[in-house]
Design a protein around this ligand. Sequence first.
Ligand SMILES: *Cc1c(COP(=O)(O)O)cnc(C)c1O
Length: 496
Amino acid sequence: MKYYDKLIFELSKEGRKGYSLPRNTWGRSLEELPQGLRRSSGPCLPQVSEPDVVRHYTNLSQMNFGVDSGFYPLGSCTMKYNPKINEEIASMQEFSGLHPLQPASSVQGALMLYRDLARALSEITGMAGFTLAPFAGAHGELTGLMIIRSYHNSRGDFRRTRIIVPDSAHGTNPASAAVCGLEVVQVKSNSAGLVDVADLKPLLDDTVAGIMMTNPNTLGLFEKDIKEIASLVHECGGLLYYDGANMNPLLGTVRPGDMGFDVMHLNLHKTFSTPHGGGGPGAGPVGVAAHLVPHLPVPRVCEGEDGAFHVDYGQCAGDTSCGRVSGFMGNFGVLLRAYSYVLALGKQNIKMAGPLAVLGANYIKESLKDCFRLPVEGVCKHEFVFDGLADQSSGVTTLDIAKRLLDYGYHAPTIYFPLLFHQSIMIEPTETESKETLDGFIEVMRRIAGEAVADPQILKSAPHGTPVRRLDEVTAARRPVLTYRALADAGLAAGR
Ligand SMILES: *Cc1c(COP(=O)(O)O)cnc(C)c1O
């Protein structure tokens, strides 16, 4: 019997304990505490032994699915395997013990690392300079847009309040633009899934601050007209923003700077090795072309003539930075992992990452396109989108397929995104998976397509072997039960 077949949260037994407090060495009696600060009754905590606690949490952890337990083909937000050496380095006491308010003279190594990582990212992306301050991709977008606004304003060009965003963009793009006070104008995709240049042209005038693009775009397609788009936008005085959250497929092959982009962000937690399930932690460094370097946020790391590093807060008159975007210098632990990742791979191997990710995605796509509907043909980059089963007469949906995959030990891909299709399944294998792993996934996907014909009911009622069966997602969203106590109140504590 598996742990979750008898999942019981109420383990508490009066008088049982799993701790022993140190003797009171305070030298004074606790009675000396003012009456108002003393509690009148003990804390309401479960009374359990140490093995109870260890087993409870270990068992719970095994009910989860992670990239360390199996294949995780999640498209749109690269979720790749993160080498453990980077974790080891990030947890070194010499780094984790640093305090952000230490004097610069005592953290010269950390500042040098900061400078060197910014340089490495500049070289990888073809940009002139980087800030490592933003805490997430969306935060990087906001920072990049602030830089664009700062640039236009510094030229007295105050009319540029509109930003163009393709209809296939990641949802954070229009959201960040709105937070930055810009008006979002949508440009359509053409039938090939690329930005429609004919639709773009009439939108361009002297009120356009710029365009935000992802290349490869959300469909995993390379925007072939990027040179033309860049010159059209630049001719009207706008700037090009590159959403590099999914830089993975381009690593070592193409650089946004060479494509004509002026500003971009990277998601270090996606491409550069930080585990980020469950919403964090992250870092969204922003790179800029040479003409925008003066608009990068503060603080900045600078190297003095004596070779010593110091931190510049932009106090000097005439500082043209777009301001501050974070409390200190960014999420240093994530920066460390990225630095370690870049150095561990080295120039030669980083060049392999992108092409391998692209090869894996195309291999799966070509191996499955007779069973699943492929709305956009052709070579994809890191990810691709199926629009449900090729034969949808059984009524089996993308949701059913995703749930059934869990029974076979695979994490479900991103589903119902992008919104361009009704039954989207978005698959991204990443570069670290072996051919055997990809073959295993392909075989299961083909088996599921077969089940849809032979026994659709088994898909409709999937998953069958997971700790929690198919959830009522509407009720889960409307009446969430998020704590143990709420669970007990709902009378659910003693069973599933
Ligand atoms: C993940 C992602 C983002 C947002 O990044 P966060 O770190 O989650 O804020 C933006 N754009 C694209 C294309 C992404 O995949």
